[in-house]
Design a protein around this ligand. Structure first.
Ligand code: ADP
Ligand code: MG
Length: 243
């Protein structure tokens, strides 16, 4: 039984004269992995950022796990359920990996230090770098930093993970280690919305592909249909560039 967990209805977002989202509607089911692609400036990041209200939208409705994003209280509740991973890893450079991993657990989830550390160690194992808890971000490769960022998001027990081009700042040899962690999460049933042009990942992990252009969802299809037989000319043209 499909069970909607993200419901986006006719959302518009303007930055001054730029109409970044022009009526986007999308429902994501629990456990679904949705991969969004599209040219630079098409509104992909803005859409992700609207889902946890890092960005305010001008009109339309979004609700997450049944909670409408319409009051400060609700927005805070939703943010607790949604983890986000950015292109730039956004770790605290003056804190060790362990301290990066326990800070929000203690402050937001009110866990004790020892409980938070236990969870952090489990997650470092899960992302494949258990030996790095004492390192500082600057001592890690980009791929390792991004895996810490994923572990940090997971430490909050999110119901949904949003990824905004998580591998586009990485050297090629580090991309796979991050995509492997994401593929594992998808296989465990995490609901994920992923902006990425890694088409191998999309084929392997996506339940649904979305192509955005000029602030709109232009095409939405299963990976099979999307890759083999894209319906829209614009998706076709874009795919021929990224494949
Ligand atoms: P994408 O992630 O697909 O590259 P974005 O969502 O970042 O696209 O941007 C969509 C449009 O909104 C672009 O024209 C971009 O320049 C504009 N935009 C995004 N964020 C801002 C901002 N904070 N201020 C002004 N314009 C913005
Ligand atoms: Mg973007």
């Amino acid at each position: 039984m499909p069970e909607p967990i993200i419901e986006i209805e006719d959302v518009h977002k303007r930055f001054g004269r730029v109409h970044a989202l022009r009526g986007v509607s999308l429902t994501v089911e629990k456990g679904e992995v949705v991969v969004i692609i599209g040219p630079s400036g098409s509104g992909k990041s803005t859409l992700l950022r609207c889902i946890n209200r890092l960005e305010e939208y001008n009109s339309g409705r979004i609700s997450v796990d049944g909670i409408p994003l319409d009051s400060t209280e609700n927005i805070n509740a939703v943010r607790q359920e949604v983890g986000m991973v950015f292109q730039q890893f956004n770790l605290f450079s003056h804190l060790s990996v362990m301290d990066n991993l326990i800070l929000a657990q203690m402050q937001v989830r009110k866990r004790s230090r020892s409980e938070a550390e236990g969870i952090a160690r489990e997650l470092l194992k899960k992302v494949g770098i258990p030996e790095k808890e004492r390192a500082f971000p600057g001592q890690l490769s980009g791929g390792q930093q991004q895996r810490v960022a994923i572990a940090r998001a997971l430490a909050m027990n999110p119901k949904i993970m949003l990824f905004d081009e998580p591998t586009s700042a990485l050297d090629p040899e580090m991309i796979k280690e991050v995509l492997d962690v994401m593929t594992g999460l998808a296989a465990e049933g995490m609901t994920m919305v992923v902006v990425s042009h890694e088409m191998g990942f999309a084929r392997a992990a996506a339940d649904r592909m979305i192509f955005m252009d000029e602030g709109r969802i232009v095409e939405m299809a299963s990976p099979n249909d999307f890759f083999i037989n894209p319906k829209e000319e614009r998706s076709r043209a874009f795919l021929s560039k990224v494949l």
